[in-house]
Design a protein around this ligand. Structure first.
Ligand code: PPE
Length: 308
């Protein structure tokens, strides 16, 4: 049973190869020590029947930054990886897709130090519905504040989108799902609100948007950056400021942002109703503006789109 919609090809180390052949050795360094960095991006069908990737080059530039921070210089430039993605999407005949580039230390030698291992790069793309469920986009989800803390920036920095970071996410997400919630929100070691296990987070109160600053250890989300700019353009005040958990309880609206999750409203946190307990007006306005942009319906933001 395939959990994902398999495609004909995966791009690996410069070539399009059959999906089923894109395997790694069990003694690959990344599997043992988490020496991998990855990305998540999307391409969307546009109103004119075409298809566009959202901030594709910037995702590849973040991959490059992540890789450089773990001293893993990529053998391909961000531009080359963006081109490879377009080639892959065309070859698979996809018009909408989730895109997962990954770079990792492969097989040669075990031991914590990765430097003797080859640097491998792969890109996969397949159709993937909004991460927290298509219904959640309208209804919102119930979340809990995790008992797990966000990994410290002095241990595994959020600025590095590394596979290693996602064990922390997995612990929080498994706990939340096990407790009957849809997702977790993590607090950092200082007790400030950080982010979801795979999403950034925004709170809206009296028309002002607040999102945790990068210095609180969150991923520099491209959806987050896009929404900050978009909300400004729509006339909202947006603050990057630390929040404690009760700031979320008293918010009028809280929502998640991410490439996979898109804009997902949060209806309850720790069984407390947030605002009206469903998608609020600011969330709805931003969602609509965001989906218009990714579908190429707002030429002002064409700078964020790469034509397939
Ligand atoms: N924080 C975390 C921890 C995170 O994983 C993501 C993306 C974001 C914020 C939002 O970043 P951006 O996509 O650039 O807006 N998470 C990726 C993987 C999710 C997964 O579960 O896998 C994603 O959304 O693709």
């Amino acid at each position: 049973m395939a959990g994902m919609q398999e495609q004909e090809f995966i791009w690996k180390n410069g070539e399009l190869i059959p999906w089923k052949d894109a395997t790694v050795h069990v003694l690959s360094h990344a599997l043992h020590y988490g020496t991998a960095v990855f990305e998540g991006a999307r391409c969307y069908e546009t109103a004119d029947g075409g298809s566009e990737c959202f901030r594709l080059l910037e995702h590849m530039q973040r991959l490059e930054r992540s890789a450089n921070m773990i001293m893993m210089p990529l053998p391909y430039s961000a531009e080359e990886l963006a081109e490879a993605t377009i080639r892959l999407i065309k070859a698979c005949g996809l018009s909408r897709a989730y895109i997962r580039p990954i770079a990792f230390r492969g097989y040669n030698m075990l031991g914590v130090n990765p430097s003797a291992n080859p640097i491998e790069v792969a890109i996969a793309a397949w159709p993937w519905d909004s991460y927290l469920g298509p219904e959640a986009i309208e209804k919102g989800i119930d979340v809990e504040i995790s008992s797990w803390r966000q990994r410290s920036p002095n241990a595994t920095p959020g600025a590095i989108k590394s596979s290693a970071s996602y064990l922390n996410s997995g612990l929080a997400n498994m706990e939340a799902i096990g407790n009957g919630f849809g997702e977790a929100i993590l607090l950092n070691e200082a007790g400030m609100v950080a982010e979801g296990s795979g999403e950034n987070l925004f709170a809206v109160r009296r028309g002002v948007l607040t999102t945790p600053p990068l210095s609180d250890g969150v991923l520099e989300g491209l959806t987050r950056a896009s929404l900050i700019e978009l909300a400004h353009d729509l006339g909202y005040e947006v603050r990057e400021a630390s929040m404690v958990r009760s700031d979320l309880y008293v918010a009028d609206e809280v929502f998640f942002s991410g490439s996979a999750a898109e804009l997902t409203p949060i209806s309850h946190i720790d069984r407390r109703q947030i605002g009206a307990g469903r998608r609020g007006p600011v969330t709805k306005q931003l969602q609509e503006a965001f989906f218009d942009i990714v579908q190429g319906k707002n030429s002002k933001y064409d700078k964020w789109l790469t034509r397939i």
